[in-house]
Design a protein around this ligand. Structure first.
Ligand SMILES: Nc1ncnc2c1ncn2[C@@H]1O[C@H](COP(=O)(O)OP(=O)(O)OP(=O)(O)O)[C@@H](O)[C@H]1O
Ligand SMILES: [Mg+2]
Length: 191
């Protein structure tokens, strides 16, 4: 069973958005994911209550081994400890006032020799400073999810971007391709 921790102690960096859509990408790739929502605010649990997700979301670690081949933990903001055991997926937004916490958390996780995949998300392609940060991170192996209205729409409808109801959304094919690329990468990397 593959274990993935979506983690960044800073709030609002895209952890829940990445969790939900990565799980949906896993389903597209024929896998059976389970999301464990570690956040009392429960963004991923909220999505699940919407009734449109093709996978389960639970709010605590199951007592018996779940029928799943990938477990994705959606961590909460201010969760400062480097999560144990799983492959780390660290989303962050490249706006100047946002990424200091990511850098600190990344350094602490690297010191523990953890495998880390960074996803730069909500990149505004009209901002030179954000593009510079993003390019530098790409050179270091990060994946990129641009700023896109489809995530807001998907969130209000409690859907993933792979939901058929979003088939006609603007640039939906690109967003789906990006998530499939990230999930494929994870499937190769995580033993
Ligand atoms: N690529 C993107 N384009 C547009 N909006 C985005 C993008 N990524 C994230 N967002 C938006 O940013 C907001 C925060 O995202 P999300 O809730 O996933 O962050 P989080 O890290 O889980 O926050 P918290 O720490 O509070 O749990 C949401 O409204 C989400 O839709
Ligand atoms: Mg969240």
């Amino acid at each position: 069973m593959k274990i993935i921790d979506v983690w960044n102690p800073k709030g609002g960096q895209g952890k829940s958005m990445i969790t939900i859509n990565l799980a949906a990408a896993a389903v597209e790739l024929g896998k059976k994911p389970l999301v464990i929502c570690q956040d009392p605010q429960g963004t991923s649990t909220l999505y699940f209550k919407g009734g449109n997700l093709p996978f389960d979301v639970v709010s605590s670690i199951p007592k018996v081994k779940p029928d799943a081949d990938i477990i994705i933990f959606d961590h909460q903001a201010a969760d400062w400890e480097v999560p144990e055991g799983g492959y780390l997926v660290m989303p962050f937004k490249p706006a100047r006032d946002q990424y200091a916490t990511y850098i600190d958390a990344y350094k602490r996780a690297s010191k523990l020799d953890r495998k880390i995949l960074t996803i730069v998300t909500d990149v505004n392609h009209h901002r030179k400073d954000e593009i510079e940060v993003t390019e530098a991170m790409k050179d270091r192996g990060a994946f990129v999810i641009p700023s896109s209205g489809v995530f807001g729409r998907a969130a209000t409808e409690y859907r993933t971007i792979f939901d058929d109801a979003l088939n006609r959304a603007y640039k939906i094919k690109s967003r789906r391709r990006e998530f499939l690329q990230v999930m494929n990468h994870i499937l190769v990397e995580v033993k």
